[in-house]
Design a protein around this ligand. Structure first.
Ligand code: 9WN
Length: 409
């Protein structure tokens, strides 16, 4: 079984390869996505190290002048996805979206280099671009060290219940008629609702009409939410960037400052009442009260908080496959609907890495083994039902194949 899955996983990476970059899956997502590509790189690293580096380099070829690395790069127009480049109106060197995604690149560059140090010259070339992307976050998305997003798509956790209250306060006026393509590829019950899409597009229009002006959006957007995915991945990636800086003989003062800021900022995400890290709506000041899979990225960020162990154990007990994207005890939990319940294998990799580093090796091992079993039994789906591991969303998925090759098999 394992060997057959290995072959299948390599074949998926090859099929989704568009020459220098991979698409997450054919049809549903026909472009280069930011964090998907970084996960793809570690999958390629299993059999083709040169191709692994190219994936990340191609991603950074779309970096904007202000340092932002877009969440989608539209290398060639494909009508099977909406919204495309005409709606986003990105202002970078290659047509792109106008928001970013969880900044995991520095972490994976460090991991790639650990696997084969002879690639150091390529890390050296990427280093200033990585610095610029972190500086962009720390300049425009930094609320006292907690990192905010201006669109749910930026966190990669598109329709999780964390956005429900903020979205309820948005009246999506002025959005043109549109035609979704995602539900032509995947059944509707496994995708966000129309209600969510109306608001996604409202926020895209707000940003695009402003020419993606960060100073303007900081003042006017109704959606400015501090989020554990961004805060924890950026904090972790900044620690890795610091390690790279030392290795390459680069200064670390700016990085030290950012790490200190985010260590303090991460504490803003602690919700005493719910006993978890969650999101904070900067406009209303309210916590969202959701235990999500992103809450468990605390260890990955180097925040060794034992209070989260009880939450982790409770949720692992409650489901056959874990970590579900939303706490099964939350009223908004839906085990098949995208980020409102399903398990995402690639997020498990980050959670398990953090658990192992914090010394919780048995939990890390259990999570890695359960993720491996889930993929071995159900294939390379986009996400999985926590109750029985049933595959959901897109199939032949790049990041699921990549994490299988790199960790889970
Ligand atoms: C919007 C590509 C991306 C992932 C995200 C996931 C989903 C896009 C969509 O697919 O989002 O960015 O159209 O649904 O939520 O995490 O990067 O796989």
């Amino acid at each position: 079984m394992t060997e057959a899955r290995d072959t299948e996983a390599r074949a998926i990476l090859a099929q989704n390869d568009r020459g220098g970059y991979t698409v997450p899956t054919h049809g549903l997502y026909p472009y280069q996505w930011n964090w998907d590509s970084v996960f793809a790189a570690i999958g390629f690293a299993e059999h083709d190290m040169d191709r692994a580096w190219t994936e990340i380099e191609t991603l950074f070829s779309g970096q904007w002048e202000n340092g932002m690395v877009p969440h989608i790069i539209f290398h060639q127009v494909d009508p099977s996805y909406f919204p495309g480049p005409d709606i986003w109106r990105g202002t970078g060197p290659i047509p792109s979206s106008g928001i970013s995604q969880p900044p995991i690149a520095a972490t994976f560059v460090r991991w790639l280099l650990d696997l084969d140090p002879t690639y150091e010259p390529r890390a050296r070339t990427l280093f200033p671009a990585l610095m610029a992307s972190h500086r962009w976050f720390m300049t425009w998305r930094n609320e006292d060290g907690a990192i905010v997003v201006t669109h749910p798509w930026e966190t990669g956790r598109d329709n999780c219940p964390d956005w429900d209250d903020t979205f309820a306060a948005i009246e999506p006026e002025g959005v043109d008629e549109y035609y979704r393509r995602d539900t032509t590829h995947v059944v509707e019950d496994e995708r966000p609702r129309r209600w969510d899409y109306d608001r996604y597009l409202y926020l895209v229009k707000l940003g695009a009409d402003s020419g993606w002006s960060e100073p303007y959006l900081r003042e006017v957007t109704p959606f400015r939410v501090a989020d554990p995915t961004m805060t924890f991945t950026l904090l972790r990636a900044t620690r890795d960037l610091r390690a790279l800086a030392i290795r390459l003989g680069e200064p670390t003062a700016e990085l030290d400052q950012w790490i200190g800021d985010m260590e303090r900022g991460a504490q803003r995400l602690w919700n005493e009442e719910a006993q978890t890290y969650d999101c904070v709506d900067i406009r209303s000041g309210k916590h969202t009260g959701v235990v999500s899979n992103a809450s468990f990225l605390c260890w990955f960020a180097g925040i060794n908080d034992d209070r989260m162990l009880a939450q982790f154990d409770r949720i692992a007990e409650a489901t056959t496959y874990f970590v579900p994207s939303t706490d099964p005890a939350h009223p908004a939990y839906e085990p098949k609907r995208y980020w409102r319940g399903p398990v995402w294998a690639m997020l498990n990799v980050l959670i398990a890495a953090g658990l192992a580093e914090a010394g919780h090796s048995e939990r890390a091992r259990n999570l890695t083994e359960a993720t491996g079993r889930m993929i071995a039994e159900n294939g390379f789906a986009e996400y999985f039902d926590p109750r029985d591991g049933a595959p959901a969303g897109g199939r032949n998925f790049t990041w699921t194949a990549a994490v299988w090759l790199a960790w889970a098999s």
